[in-house]
Write a protein that binds this ligand. Sequence first.
Ligand code: ZN
Length: 291
Amino acid sequence: MCRKDLFFVCSVWMLFAMSAVAAEPMKALIIDGQNNHDWKQTTPILKKLLEETGLFTVDVITSPPKGAEMSRFAPKFTDYDVVVSNYNGAPWSEATKRALVEYVSQGGGLVIYHAADNAFPKWEEYNEMIAIGGWGGRNEKSGPYLVWRDGKAVLDTSPGKGGGHGPRRDFLITIRNADHPITRGLPPAFMHYSDELYSWLRGPAKNVTILATSFSDKKYRGSGEHEPMLMAIRLGKGRVFHTALGHSGPQCQSVAFIATFQRGTEWAATGNVTQKVPKDFPGPDAPVLRK
Ligand code: ZN
């Protein structure tokens, strides 16, 4: 083969190879703008974590600030494969609420990140999408507590507050469903870094799969229950990944948070997880931080 022919064959082959690997990235939208948490710190971290998977391009939409008119806040959910909520603030317009419910029930993906499960205590379909939530006046009228007892998920209708946590500490996360795309291949138990262990969450708790729990020890002002930390929820054709983890910047350096957030977001977008478990994923003894 002469040099010219070889060049031609190589070029064609390279073009073919490039088109085979370079699949279109998916589109993710992070919503922020109001939160009792430092969303200005965490949104750029979440954005970077999704971008570094190579699977997503990420847009951010920031709502008007607290107290401002909300009626024109209308993200175009249907432009995205997955929507990540870092929002815990004023109610949205009826039209925007309806648009999110429709987007998810028609097959869209939603990720509920940490304090996003504090949001919208009165919005019925939102509470169905998150399964359980806390604070905002939630109580037995919001639905049962969802906990893990004797090897299974239990709905506890006892009266009482919705939402609480003790002081921040490292805690162990235990997988309760190892045969889900998000958890498949993860070690059965692994340590997370210095976070709030969300407890006493309650809500409709329908169509929810508990993926992983942590023990909320009374010794640390906890509930004495194994509390859901990672959940997968179905609404119509859509998928919701709910992570109770990731209070602020340092917690988002914990590989237990990072990898489960990245995997959960991919699952919410597609129903599948193609990411490998990272080599630095923690085991049960100590958390691992990526700085
Ligand atoms: Zn928090």
